[in-house]
Design a protein around this ligand. Sequence first.
Ligand SMILES: Cc1cc2nc3c(=O)[nH]c(=O)nc-3n(C[C@H](O)[C@H](O)[C@H](O)COP(=O)(O)OP(=O)(O)OC[C@H]3O[C@@H](n4cnc5c(N)ncnc54)[C@H](O)[C@@H]3O)c2cc1C
Length: 390
Amino acid sequence: MTTTDTPVLVVGGGIGGMATALALARTGRRVHLMDKVAEFGEVGAGLQVGPNVMRIFDRLGVLDRIDEIAFRPENLILRDALDSSEITRVPLDGAFEEQFGYPYATIHRADMHAVLTDACRDHDLVTLETDCKIVGFDQDAQSARVFTEDGREVVGSALIGADGVWSTVRTQLLDDGEPRITGHVAYRAVLPMDEVPEHLQSNSVVLWGGPNLHLAHYPMRNGELFNMGAIFHSQRFLEGADVFGDPEEMHQHFDGVGAEVQTLLGKIDEWRMWVQRDREPVERWSDGRVTLLGDSAHATLQYLAQGAGMAIEDAWTIADRLQATADVPTALREYEERRIVRTARVTLFSRLYGEVYHAKGVARAVRAQMLDGWTPEAARASFAWIYNGI
Ligand SMILES: Cc1cc2nc3c(=O)[nH]c(=O)nc-3n(C[C@H](O)[C@H](O)[C@H](O)COP(=O)(O)OP(=O)(O)OC[C@H]3O[C@@H](n4cnc5c(N)ncnc54)[C@H](O)[C@@H]3O)c2cc1C
């Protein structure tokens, strides 16, 4: 293990940045992570976590702590939002775990972020800095440096832009414009489980697919909380992200859905809204000592529930390559080469899955026919490229 005195600079302390700092520190690298927020944390709502991600948590030495906060759903269930029929179910049972080596979990995103942040705080090699907005960077043959909004310059051996879908590092590095507007919005809310009518308290991840919309829900935090995400195609997609939604607009979109979905939506008065954006996959996202990671590199729609998962896989891969290869630009190139196709596949397949969930008319009938009689074995085979992991 070699500790170099010059730190690797990580811009962004979301799930991707924190996982990266931890992964690098565990290989003996000094890390300086900077975020513009006043306090580290994640806003609300849950995450689904596939076995591919649990495998990385194991490698990062945090699986026990993740296990303490994770809920293990019994199935992934797809139901038709209009007539409430069950279209298919994928058991997440022993056979699933045996095939992929780790379980499927649901986790409150604040809890997951806290596990990663605490592990970073506990590590001597990680420096975490808040209130530090990065406005640009520069590099030469020996180093990379970032410029902060308050006029400072921080020097490191490499720069990893883990600064999210509106990445400043990406703008300077690739100059390829804003993320793609998809016209989909997500309304998210969390309910105490005892406020959910008993007949709807499922221990599974349930997705109700309807025309241009879906509702997904699952338990988290030992089943004490019930996470809900209502997604629909909206004309109001230019309004920004992470603001309060307009329940009236949401109820209009869900007007024709069955009683169960109506009941669940009626339980919430206040929703937070996320405008859904993704990026066209690119062939390169590194240059010399500077690279991107997580949403800044490959923002995706959430329909495969793998955006944070890909960021965590990125984190492992970049630490692995920097450990294996002394030359930083070569290591970053190798990291990128290992991640481009896999993350692009997630981005492109997420769009496709969105179409399946939101099918209407004849497409809805095609969905029902295709998934009729889908066996657990066939389902596992179709997900193997994701859940086998890296
Ligand atoms: C509705 C919805 C549901 C989802 N569900 C799932 C799911 O079930 N499973 C899953 O795996 N993924 C899911 N995702 C995707 C997941 O949330 C993201 O992919 C993931 O959080 C991205 O993490 P990140 O660290 O790359 O970026 P971010 O979380 O965006 O973190 C970026 C950080 O950079 C900081 N920053 C930005 N600019 C600067 C700057 N100039 N200077 C300093 N700091 C800066 C920000 O403050 C922030 O802390 C979902 C997403 C949405 C919207």
